[in-house]
Design a binder for this molecule. Structure first.
Ligand SMILES: NC(=O)c1ccc[n+]([C@@H]2O[C@H](COP(=O)([O-])OP(=O)(O)OC[C@H]3O[C@@H](n4cnc5c(N)ncnc54)[C@H](O)[C@@H]3O)[C@@H](O)[C@H]2O)c1
Length: 246
């Protein structure tokens, strides 16, 4: 019997990464579930994933993750952090902290794992609608890091095309996860609004008028990893109810 496809998902302890890992397990893959949050991995491990506790900001940990990912079929880079402040308050430390996890780690995991992946394999990087709009100014550095992910995605799409390994990014708008809860809680007071008022305004800004569950986005991630979009690489695919249309 052929062995199951091997996948690695970073940020698998929560939200989108956890939902993507679950979908990959449901599709019959073996999944290495990477996260800094050890106890947060319990649920996905109970579902059948292999836990891999690592801080992707730490170079030794990142090297261990890259070593564990040699030759995998699917890589989903979903680990990410956000810091929310008034625009004038961002510091160089904020910039470095956010870029280390959101951009540097993705670049070097693509570099360390991508060339070892077999022909027909694929990578999906989690960017964001903020990569294109940057309208939540309280997340300006996060938005900059997410735009950088689009450049990283394009570089590795070109660089790995010979194998071929396809590399695409997804740009979700508002997905119901702990990170999204944090955005509402932190941004509402900065704008002099209640969480309820900001939630209403946020939902009204989405043409389809709703947020999405991480499981819905996991469906798109699985589609992009699979064989059907075999002619598609280097793309930044929106998933946001029409919030961004370009
Ligand atoms: N939720 C949304 O609306 C939304 C929208 C656009 C993009 N995204 C992106 O999708 C990805 C997943 O977001 P989410 O909403 O599921 O967030 P989340 O906070 O629920 O999950 C992020 C996971 O990344 C892990 N992580 C953070 N720093 C890490 C590190 N240094 N090493 C290892 N793991 C680390 C966390 O422990 C957590 O389990 C992120 O890259 C985020 O920027 C989310």
């Amino acid at each position: 019997m052929a062995s199951p496809p091997r996948a690695m998902v970073t940020g698998a302890a929560s939200g989108i990464g956890e939902a993507a890992a679950r979908r990959l397990l449901e599709e019959g893959c073996s999944v290495i579930a990477v996260d800094i949050n050890e106890s947060g991995l319990d649920q996905i491990v109970a579902a059948g994933a292999e836990p891999f506790v690592a801080d992707l900001a730490d170079l030794d940990d990142r090297a261990r993750v890259a070593a564990a990912g040699q030759g995998i079929d699917y890589l989903v880079n979903a680990a990410g952090i956000i810091r929310l402040k008034p625009l004038p308050d961002f510091t160089v430390e904020d910039w470095r902290e956010i870029f280390t996890v959101n951009a540097e780690a993705i670049f070097f995991l693509c570099q360390g794992i991508g060339p070892t992946m077999p022909p027909g394999s694929a990578i999906v990087n989690l960017s964001s609608s903020s990569a294109k709009l940057s309208n939540t100014v309280e997340a300006a550095v996060y938005g900059a890091s997410k735009t950088t992910i689009l450049s990283i995605t394009r570089s590795f799409a070109y660089g790995l095309a010979k194998i071929p390994v396809r590399v695409n990014a997804v740009c979700p708008a508002i997905i119901d996860t702990p990170m999204q809860d944090k955005v509402l809680e932190m941004v509402a007071p900065l704008r002099g609004m209640t969480v309820e008022e900001l939630t209403e305004a946020r939902n009204a800004s989405v043409p389809l008028g709703r947020t999405a569950a991480p499981e819905e986005l996991a469906g798109l991630i699985w589609f992009l990893l699979g064989e059907k979009p075999g002619y598609m690489t280097g793309q930044a695919v929106n998933y946001g109810g029409g919030y961004v249309t370009w």
